[in-house]
Unconditional design. Structure first.
Lengths: 248, 303
């Protein structure tokens, strides 16, 4: 992890009518960091991710991603990020190879480079036999691992992972985190959401959103000490419960 | 005691894919039964066959004493089903959805209010809001209310907590417990291993098969190998080191700790400690532990 900020958010506000989805968010994410973006359903995580990916304008506030300004350089941002979620990842009716060529092509990776990197990937994941299979015929675990590799194929500065391990088996879930560690070692910054609280422990730093605001931010160890909690599950429950009590 | 669900030798294939492979499942009347497994294990297919929405290739199936293939009409009166995907009418209000489901089953909200109260009372303040405008948690409560409003004998819930945050997940299980107290048999599926212990009995499912069935304690007490918990602040580093020790069958991160499973009782704490200490100076602590459901599931996958 370095000291260079790859994401800078200052006083970000996003309103939909009179509803405030993001209420004055301020945070930074450092280069090569695994940043866990946690929060209850409806807390405003998806809205914030959409803004960071350059597909939604903020109502106000300063946001820069990979050194580019969210208002003026959205296309530059898109070129420099990767994205993957459980819902949107690969095209089912294309083969693994076709998916990779398609995505890499969109990101402007040269044909020659695609070929070399594809071979490297096939070797690394040991998927020579899967390369020419339709994605719809792959087991979910493989789909998610390949989708991640596709999301970082163009070597983005940041990759956004929205609940990437939802519903996958316990072994694949851990292999997926091995891939995350590897990506981080190669210099990519990982911005990840999850509902598995054990995975929250694997992040370098975490923010917890409650009701449109960032209620807590820090390393897992810091948050546990601060909230006198035995694990991240405990921290999360304390913060989010407190909120729902207040609402009642 | 009568069984609410009895299934023997159930098979179902989709073209060349064997979705369910010779399944056996028994759920006692009033039981609280969990199907635990990742996506693609066959949980949804099984539930669709139980509810009569899908035909089995072969097998003996009795649900509430009825055959879902031939007696599906009668069976529907006995079953409440909450599918994995939100399937209510988005452009009807909360109350309209609920009264629609009540009417279809020839009953009223009032008649069974006592049954849905623990769930419905939480969304009743929003009864005039359209279902499409509800938050995820509220949609889920409405779907559960709709599945309950006709007073079913058996409630089938397909992954009600997937994609739901840790707090709402807890609250949902608390609601299920209240429903259970009313004598309704519950069959629920989940990919979250830690939710297994909230059920009386469970089946672990993977790849169309049931790996093991029983009470959570029965399943975890079958775990033969020695298992240790390793606590450290250098999780990633020690994980790599410990994985090089051949006497360990598996080394996995479980949140802030590592779980170490010893192969055939080959080594004890001291051997593991000295192996890791030889490779690094990081601080750590190892203590003996008991396997949990996730350990059992992982052990099946790596064996």
């Amino acid at each position: 992890m370095s000291n260079e900020n790859i994401i800078e958010v200052e006083n970000l506000v996003k309103k939909f009518g009179d509803f405030t989805a993001n209420d004055n968010l301020t945070f930074t994410v450092k280069k090569s960091e695994i940043f866990g973006f946690l929060g209850a359903n409806g807390a405003g995580k998806t809205t914030a991710i959409k803004i960071l990916c350059g597909i939604l304008f903020p109502t106000s506030g300063k946001v820069s991603v990979a050194g580019f300004d969210i208002y003026k350089e959205r296309n530059k941002i898109k070129e420099n990020i990767g994205y993957m979620s459980q819902g949107f990842s690969l095209y089912e009716d294309l083969t693994v190879k076709e998916n990779i060529e398609f995505y890499a092509g969109i990101y402007g990776v040269k044909r020659k480079v695609i070929k070399t990197r594809l071979n490297e990937l096939v070797e690394k994941l040991d998927i020579a036999d899967l390369k020419n299979k339709f994605v719809r015929d792959l087991p979910l675990g493989w789909k998610q691992k390949i989708a991640f590799s596709v999301a970082i194929f163009h070597k983005p500065k940041v990759v956004f992972l929205d609940e990437p391990t939802s519903g996958v088996d316990p072994i694949t879930r851990r292999q997926f985190w091995d891939l995350i560690y590897e990506a981080v070692e190669s210099g990519i910054t990982v911005f990840v959401t999850t509902h598995y609280m054990d995975e929250a422990e694997y992040c370098d730093r975490i923010s917890i959103m409650v009701d449109g605001k960032i209620d807590a931010i820090g390393t897992p160890a810091e948050l546990k000490t601060m909230h006198n909690a035995k694990n991240m599950d405990d921290v999360f429950i304390k913060l989010a419960r407190k909120q729902s009590e207040e609402n009642k | 005691m009568n069984n609410s669900i009895e299934i023997y030798n159930l098979n179902k294939s989709f073209k060349s894919v064997k979705a369910l492979d010779n399944l056996k499942l028994t759920v006692e009347q009033g039981g609280f039964y969990g199907l635990i497994g990742p996506d693609g294990a066959g949980k949804t297919t099984l539930m669709r066959i139980i509810t009569g929405l899908l035909l089995p290739d072969s097998g003996d199936i009795m649900i509430g004493g009825l055959n879902p293939v031939t007696d599906y009409r009668k069976l529907r009166l006995k079953l409440g089903y909450m599918p994995g995907k939100f399937s209510l009418y988005q452009d009807l209000t909360v109350e309209e959805n609920l009264s629609f489901f009540a009417k279809v089953f020839d009953t009223t909200i009032k008649e069974n209010y006592h049954l849905i109260a623990p769930v419905y009372s939480q969304i009743e303040p929003f009864k005039n809001r359209r279902a499409g405008k509800l938050s995820g948690g509220m949609k889920q409560k409405l779907a559960l209310s709709c599945a309950l409003v006709h007073k079913p004998e058996i409630l089938i819930l397909d992954e009600p907590t997937t994609g739901v945050d840790a707090v709402s997940r807890r609250e949902f299980w608390e609601m299920l417990n209240q429903i259970r107290q009313k004598g309704i048999t519950i069959l629920v599926s989940t990919p979250y291993m830690e939710e297994a212990v909230l059920c009386d009995k469970i089946s672990l499912m993977f790849d169309g098969k049931i790996i093991d069935s029983g009470t959570p304690t029965e399943i975890t007490s079958k775990f033969k190998e020695k298992i240790y918990i390793l606590k450290t602040t250098r999780l990633r580093e020690i994980l790599k080191i410990a994985r090089q020790m051949r006497e360990l069958k598996s080394v996995n991160a479980f949140g802030q700790n590592l779980h170490l499973v010893v192969r055939d009782n080959l080594v004890g704490i001291h051997e593991i400690e000295s192996f890791i200490k030889k490779a690094c100076d990081y601080e750590f602590e190892i203590e003996p532990s008991q396997a949990d459901i996730e350990d059992c599931f992982i052990d099946y996958l790596v064996s």
